[in-house]
Every structure is written in structure tokens, then in C-alpha cells.
Design a protein around this ligand. Structure first.
Ligand SMILES: [Zn+2]
Length: 187
């Protein structure tokens, strides 16, 4: 009985299979056609995920706000910029922004890579311009806009304190909430 090791296939041990002759390598062990681990489409998908919804920082913010008894809706498409969280009765939207993609001012994580600088500047400028436009429109519609930056979620205690300040209970007689109700109403 031939053991696996005596197979004529060059099974990978600590060495990758030879890339320029894959004919003797079983289909499954062949490297993908492109030697780049990600195709452009996959990479673009990855990038879009980075900026997209349900990121780890966003989940953390959501968990905290839920624990505070707040109710919100996610990514309301009918609002400019599809805000990450929307607090209807408070007329408040909250964005959880990645420091790089949204260029957190003064943040180390927002530094533009030195390679391909022009490309990144153009791309990131587009993002910040879009953000500014979104904020302007939301404000004109009477929304209060809050932003939590990704780097702020690295200190959960501090973030918790900040959220508590930004979202005082509606039944407390804060001037910001003149139409305070006993219970956080749903929309
Ligand atoms: Zn930051």
C-alpha cells in the first residue's frame, strides 16, 4: 500500500510548491492564478468592508448604548449619509468613523501612506468632503450629529463616560430635551 508520503505529488511541508510548474501539483494545492493573495475585486470588497457597517468599534458603541437603555435604528437609508445609529426622539444621529477613512483630525491612525500619496489624498479628500456635505444636510434638517472615532473605542471606560454625557436620560429635565418623556420612546 502506497503511503501518502510516497505520492509523486510535491505535498507542501515547509516549502511552498514550485510556482512555475504547477502541472504535477494537485488542483487543490495549486496557488491561485494570480500570485497576489487578493484579486482587485476581493481587495476592493475588503476595503469597502473596512468602511462599512457592523465594524467592531460600531458594535462596541451599540452594546454600550443598548446597556444604557437607549433605542436606536441602524443605517437609516432615508437619511443623508445613512448614519450608523439614529435616535429619532432625540433627533440625533451618531456616526462611528474609522480614523483613517474619515481622516480623524490630528489622529495618528489618519496618517496618509507615503507610497501612492496622491492616490490616497484624492480618495480620502473625497471621503471628508462627502462627510462634510452629509453633516451640513443633516444639520439643516435639524439633526444633532455625534461622531465617535474608532480610536476612542480603545478606551471603553472613557467612551462610556462620554456616551453618558451625550445621552442624558430623557426624563431628566435637561434643557436639551424640553419634550422629555418618562421612558425612551421608540420611533
Ligand atoms: Zn482617531
Amino acid at each position: 500500500m502506497a503511503s501518502v508520503k510516497s505520492s509523486s505529488y510535491p505535498l507542501p511541508d515547509d516549502k511552498p510548491p514550485v510556482l512555475n510548474d504547477v502541472s504535477s501539483v494537485p488542483e487543490l494545492l495549486r496557488p491561485p492564478v494570480s500570485l497576489d493573495p487578493l484579486t482587485p475585486r476581493e481587495r476592493s470588497w475588503n476595503m469597502s468592508r473596512i468602511r462599512s457597517t457592523d465594524t467592531k468599534p460600531e458594535m462596541m458603541v451599540r452594546r454600550m448604548l443598548t446597556a444604557m437603555g437607549l433605542r436606536y435604528r441602524l443605517h437609516r437609508r432615508d437619511l443623508p449619509g445613512k448614519p450608523d445609529l439614529v435616535f429619532g426622539p432625540r433627533r440625533t444621529v451618531l456616526f462611528v468613523h474609522g480614523c483613517f477613512w474619515h481622516q480623524h483630525p490630528g489622529c495618528r491612525a489618519a496618517r496618509i501612506p507615503t507610497g501612492n500619496r496622491e492616490f490616497w489624498e484624492k480618495k480620502l479628500n473625497r471621503n471628508t468632503e462627502r462627510d462634510a456635505q452629509t453633516c451640513q444636510t443633516l444639520r439643516s434638517l435639524g439633526w444633532r450629529i455625534l461622531t465617535v472615532w474608532e480610536c476612542e473605542t480603545r478606551d471603553p471606560e472613557k467612551l462610556q463616560r462620554r456616551l453618558a454625557m451625550l445621552f442624558p436620560p430623557l426624563n431628566s429635565s435637561t434643557p436639551a430635551d424640553p419634550a422629555a418623556q418618562k421612558k425612551e420612546p421608540a420611533e
